[in-house]
Write a protein that binds this ligand. Sequence first.
Ligand SMILES: NC(=O)c1ccc[n+]([C@@H]2O[C@H](COP(=O)([O-])OP(=O)(O)OC[C@H]3O[C@@H](n4cnc5c(N)ncnc54)[C@H](OP(=O)(O)O)[C@@H]3O)[C@@H](O)[C@H]2O)c1
Length: 348
Amino acid sequence: MRPERIQRVPCGQARPLGEQNAKAFCQANLNIQAVSQFSSACSKTYSDQSCSTTPSPLASHGESRLHVRSKLPETKPDQIRESFVTTSLTGKVVWLTGASSGIGKALAYALANEGAHVVLTARREQELLDVKARCALPDDHLVVPLDLLQSETFEPAVHRVLEHFGRIDVLINNAGISSRGDVVDTGMTVFQHVMGLNYFAAVQLTKLVLPSMIERKSGQVVTISSLLGKFGASGRSAYCSSKHAIIGFCDSLRAEVYKHGIAVTVVCPGFVRTNASYNALEADGTPHGKLDKDIRNGIPSDVCARRIVKAIKAMKREVYIGKESYAVYLNRFLPGLFSRLVRHRRIK
Ligand SMILES: NC(=O)c1ccc[n+]([C@@H]2O[C@H](COP(=O)([O-])OP(=O)(O)OC[C@H]3O[C@@H](n4cnc5c(N)ncnc54)[C@H](OP(=O)(O)O)[C@@H]3O)[C@@H](O)[C@H]2O)c1
């Protein structure tokens, strides 16, 4: 076995590839010595990788958790999916936007229960402080208020988080806003507002967090898109466009950062019972201000949060949540029929 062949095995994939290749060599009746040399070289690569966890600047409480985490192998999305291993969130620093209500709030509690250090971001500071106080181990978490439509404030916020925790393991782009109204009636300011929050803010925050993840060769970017990021619906053009756009961004990002050991997860929920419809913008830019029937009949936010945590731990590429998920497959396999259905069924 040429040594350079072994070195090219991507870090984090070393063990599964090593085992798989060793088996293949045996079947090809290669001599036993070559197999054992290969296995020991691979297991060396594997153990080097598992020791490479960055030392933590966290408080002693977090450090002890990180010590346990550091014994786990480094992970990569495809490796995880192939081997059905899930990662732990214990001791990880997770930056969550939109943490003051709905899915984000439920997610903050779920992440805290997993032992993560959660950075809680949204505009309403008092709401965030309340969420922090209700999280498991409140002192483990940090409130960083931010208006995600004020892009000049992002960089100081990233520095603040990095100074406080020393690293960001997982970024969750969750903050978002919906829209109501047909294309012909919807003002450009509504398109700009919705794209600004659902797309440009997520892109910019990701860009600012990415360099530190690349440097550490580890991290995960999670974005809450929507099933409406997979197909269109009448009366939701601004929202659907922004959610489609962010999936395209994430798919490209995933391809680029794989080599750096960074995973990219897209979450597409169906209807979830939150304040989303109250906050949605009408065609003229005013808040919709009422609870829509479909949202009222949606799944509870804590159920959605549990599914998201599961997807993060399994480093899924893309996950669909809720009973409406079938629509993704209907659109994919029977697009003509789906198009007729969407024409006749207006989301309420
Ligand atoms: N509910 C659903 O049926 C559903 C379905 C699919 C996908 N989603 C997606 O899930 C995510 C969460 O939505 P949700 O249902 O939980 O809605 P929500 O209850 O209205 O929560 C929206 C969150 O975004 C934050 N936010 C809004 N504007 C902001 C700004 N300018 N700067 C910073 N933060 C801002 C809000 O906090 P502040 O007001 O404190 O700033 C709030 O925490 C969104 O991306 C949404 O598109 C929701």
